[in-house]
Design a protein around this ligand. Structure first.
Ligand SMILES: [Zn+2]
Length: 203
């Protein structure tokens, strides 16, 4: 189904790895909604607070909308502008499972809900509420980055801790840790499996 054919409320998910342009695509859709004179609200998960206060979308006619930092689905529900036609949520993977119900209730009330998020964690496993969001959305776009090793389309987040591939059992979210990420394809993606993980997987 194309976005052009949808009426009433609906849910769109822009999924993909880091560096795949998800936020840019979210902002492109927000900008187009603003051109169409829709009232837009943008939320951004709090965890990625490097850009808090700096993250605003401007349209050519000088109007702009600033992203509201949040760290739970309840905060989004509490801060919804009842007059907004379009609700855009960036970094949705860091939110709790309640975001599915919030998105559904907005869509039921005729709102267009656009969520962007990283669909897999550094292990290549589904990330937070993203699987459910992908299931309940009317429209899903999965974006790819470019593998920094071989140049193929990248579908995995390679996590490096002090420059080395991260272990399977390292915490998914380490705020402020000395870890970095790069986009890689499935073949170039490396996760160091510890003993516990090997036992659990039977390999
Ligand atoms: Zn590769």
């Amino acid at each position: 189904m194309s976005i052009l054919q949808l009426t009433g409320g609906w849910i769109e998910v822009i999924a993909g790895v880091m560096f795949s342009g998800k936020s840019e695509e979210l902002m492109r859709r927000v900008r187009r909604a603003m051109i169409a004179r829709k009232r837009v609200q943008v939320f951004k998960s709090h965890l990625d607070d490097r850009y808090a206060g700096l993250f605003a979308v401007s349209s050519h006619d000088g109007r702009s909308v600033e992203a509201i930092p949040v760290d739970s689905s309840a905060q989004i529900a509490a801060r919804i502008d009842p007059m907004a036609h379009v609700i855009a949520i960036d970094e949705a993977q860091f939110l709790d499972e309640g975001i599915g119900n919030v998105a559904t209730s907005l869509a039921v009330r005729g709102r267009r809900v656009i969520l962007a998020g990283t669909d897999t964690d550094f292990r290549g496993e589904p990330f937070g509420p993203m699987p459910r969001l992908l299931a309940i959305a009317e429209v899903v776009d999965k974006l790819h980055a470019i593998c920094v090793l071989c140049g193929a389309p990248a579908c995995r987040n390679q996590r490096l801790i002090f420059g080395e591939p991260a272990a399977w059992d390292s915490p998914v979210i380490m705020v402020g840790a000395k870890d970095t990420y790069e986009a890689r394809c499935r073949a170039c993606h490396v996760v160091v499996r510890g003993n516990a993980a090997q036992a659990g997987l039977g390999i």
